[in-house]
Design a binder for this molecule. Structure first.
Ligand SMILES: [Zn+2]
Length: 671
């Protein structure tokens, strides 16, 4: 197949004379559909001839070689018109050429099998980034698509960023969270990229995958590519998709006991358990001196640089799934051409020069060193290509209580240890009291709880402009004002203010919280409202002021925040993410019970698995809420602590007035 202008589009020239673009399009569509060439080259062959990896997007640019990613050949065969595959599931780790494979397919289709196509990613921003950074450069460097998507495309076809028309078809790019997009035109071909990051149901109309499949029902030869790094076990859709398909793993031979790669029985799939490392650690890189892959048959220590390329080349996809009889013991077999092929490939297969076994061992040991469960999740998801389960792993509150520490010695009394560089506070609002925690933040989110305070008082009473009641007593809001105005002694001798505070406005006292925050906006005392749900990040700042209170408020995605905090609490070694607690009476066992009282659980809602945080009846979770608000405050503040550490606190806080004067607006109800 020569590169450049494809043969079958020649007929299109003859319709150039027809003037109405609509009529032209119709004819081209029918011509293109009728002319789908029987000997269309398969995707792997076409890609080898026509695809070029642009220098701006690939660390290894130049001509695409499927032989560099031998495991992709079968996936690409399934995506070709010659295969009967309808739904292809590819569960993958990082650095395996998965996205390039999808790009190959979309480009190939415009030339070899035109038709309506859609490419989906989680959000519109992710889609735009993909088109700009990956897809457009790929078009520029592929002369074979010059007449369909490139600079020689006939006029009259959409050139919009997210809607590329071409003779006989189009590719629309859209987000998985828009039901409007998912319900529009009929489709011949669809790509669901990073599917495990999608919301499970869009506007209560079902999953993005089911909505897309409805759009593909009109085409008997439609193909759907589902490609994703798996994420959470409880919410994953790609993992069940893998189990519904042919469940294939890539088996490789051992260079020692199977040097001719002749005996497929002794081939094995590389998983975490096969990767071994020496005990000696390189102190500079914190990685082992030597890493190898152990053959499960003969125990041979396989050297990556010597043998990996050969192993990948000689490898093949096998299934251990028994379609016909679930009773018989599983045996490994080649699947052949099926309608629902599914593949799982960890990053241990990443070709030489990309992610190495050494990198994998380093990433795993980094988790072992820190105990940071979020590092383990990244390793399990992105390297092992497996889902990670968050539920069922409780945090031991007694362990947290036992590890409390004295921050200051008997001679030098201070509140904040040297490494704490910024103070934030979180306030939980109840009808009869306010609870507030002050937290110090250090480099890489290491934290020190400084103080926890319960301020009793009816939160419905706001008092006069000074926050005083007619009987001369201060309101609880006045007490909060005084508490937040307090300075905290840093180990260096500097007195530090609380720089950002977030207060919950979601309960009964929304009015009072907004009234308190409005005149204190320049002190960074911000109202927040908690919201459930996954995949939205940690917080979002409102784009316009509150209609009634004229405040800028924040939406906190509390499910994600709680996951983050619990990951921090599981870290056992001081360093990034570790939470320090002081030996103070307020940090009692009751406090730690409250901090750790919630459990991640799953439930089924309208047939969909949902992950949610469960609070046992009677549990007091205020410590958890306060801590989360203080963390969100720090996160939203976005301060560069590396810079602050290099400048020193003295120059920042040393000259600051003890209490900043609060400017009350005219007509404000004050405290
Ligand atoms: Zn062996």
């Amino acid at each position: 197949m020569p590169s450049g202008r494809p043969k079958k589009l020649k007929s299109i020239d003859s319709v150039d004379k027809i003037t109405t673009p609509l009529k032209q399009k119709e004819i081209i569509q029918s011509v293109a559909n009728a002319l789908i060439i029987q000997d269309t080259p398969d995707l792997d062959i076409w890609s080898d001839e026509n695809r070029f990896l642009p220098p701006e997007t690939s660390s290894e640019h130049g001509k695409w070689r499927t032989s560099r990613f031998p495991f992709l050949r079968r996936v690409m065969k399934c995506l070709s018109a010659s295969s009967i595959a309808r739904e292809i599931v590819f569960v993958k780790g990082g650095q395996l050429g998965g996205t390039e494979c999808a790009i190959n397919w979309l480009l190939h289709s415009t030339v070899c099998e035109p038709g309506p196509s859609a490419y989906i990613q989680k959000t519109i921003d992710a889609v735009k980034a993909f088109v700009k950074q990956k897809f457009r450069p790929a078009i520029r460097h592929c002369s074979a698509v010059a007449y369909t998507l490139g600079d020689k495309k006939p006029t009259g076809y959409s050139n919009a960023i997210l809607d590329m028309g071409y003779p006989g078809g189009f590719i629309s790019f859209g987000p998985a969270n828009s039901s409007d997009f998912l319900k529009s035109k009929s489709l011949l071909r669809g790509v669901l990229d990073e599917e495990d990051q999608y919301e499970l149901s869009i506007d209560n109309q079902g999953s993005p995958r089911l909505m897309l499949k409805k759009r593909m029902a009109n085409f008997p030869n439609s193909k759907l590519l589902r490609i994703s790094t798996p994420v959470l076990k409880e919410l994953s859709t790609i993992e069940p998709g893998f189990h519904e398909g042919s469940e294939e793993l890539y088996y490789v031979p051992c260079p020692n006991c199977n040097p001719d790669a002749s005996d497929t029985k002794f081939m094995f799939a590389i998983e975490h358990d096969n990767i071994k490392w020496s005990k000696e650690i390189n102190p500079k890189t914190n990685a082992p001196i030597r890493v190898w892959c152990e053959c499960p048959s003969c125990g041979y220590e396989i050297d990556e640089s010597k043998h990996k390329t050969w192993m990948l080349k000689k490898g093949d996809w096998f299934s251990t799934k028994n379609y016909d009889d679930p009773e018989t013991p599983l045996s490994r077999y080649r699947v052949g051409d099926v309608e629902f092929p599914s593949f799982r490939l960890p990053s241990f297969y990443s070709p030489l020069g990309f992610y190495s076994w050494y990198d994998a061992a380093h990433d795993f040991l980094e988790y072992k060193r820190t105990g940071d469960i979020s590092l383990l999740q990244v390793y399990i998801n992105q390297c092992c290509a497996e889902t990670f389960s968050l539920t069922g792993s409780d945090i031991d509150h007694t362990g947290l209580y036992m590890r409390r520490e004295s921050y200051s010695g008997s001679k030098n009394l201070f509140d904040v240890p040297n490494e704490g560089l910024c103070l934030t506070a979180g306030v939980d609002v109840q009808d009869d009291r306010l609870e507030v925690e002050v937290v110090a933040w250090g480099i890489l989110e290491e934290s020190w709880s400084i103080d926890y305070k319960v301020l009793p008082g009816d939160t419905a009473l706001t008092g006069n402009i000074y926050g005083m009641l007619p009987n001369g007593q201060p309101t609880v809001w006045r007490l909060l004002h005084d508490y937040l105005s307090k300075r905290w002694r840093h180990e260096s001798g500097v007195d530090m203010p609380v720089e950002v505070t977030m207060i919950d406005s979601g309960g009964h006292r929304s009015d009072e919280v907004h009234q308190f925050c409005r005149p204190r906006e320049n002190l960074r005392i911000w109202p927040i409202k908690g919201q459930g749900g996954w995949g939205n990040g940690l917080w979002r700042r409102s784009t316009r002021r509150h209609e009634k209170y004229k405040t800028i408020d924040y939406r906190l995605f509390v499910d994600e925040l709680k996951s983050k905090l619990y990951a921090f609490l599981r870290i056992q070694t001081p360093g990034p993410g570790y939470c320090h607690f002081p030996k103070k009476d307020v940090y009692s066992e009751k406090y730690f019970k409250g901090l750790t009282c919630e459990r991640l659980q799953t439930r089924t809602v309208r047939g969909q698995q949902q992950l949610y945080w469960d609070t046992p009846p009677g549990a007091r979770n205020e410590p958890l809420d306060c801590r989360n608000y203080a963390y969100a405050a720090f996160s939203a503040y976005g301060i560069d602590l590396f810079k602050r550490a290099s400048v020193g606190l003295q120059s920042i806080f040393g000259s600051m007035a003890r209490v900043k004067k609060i400017k009350l607006r005219k007509g404000s109800r004050g405290l």
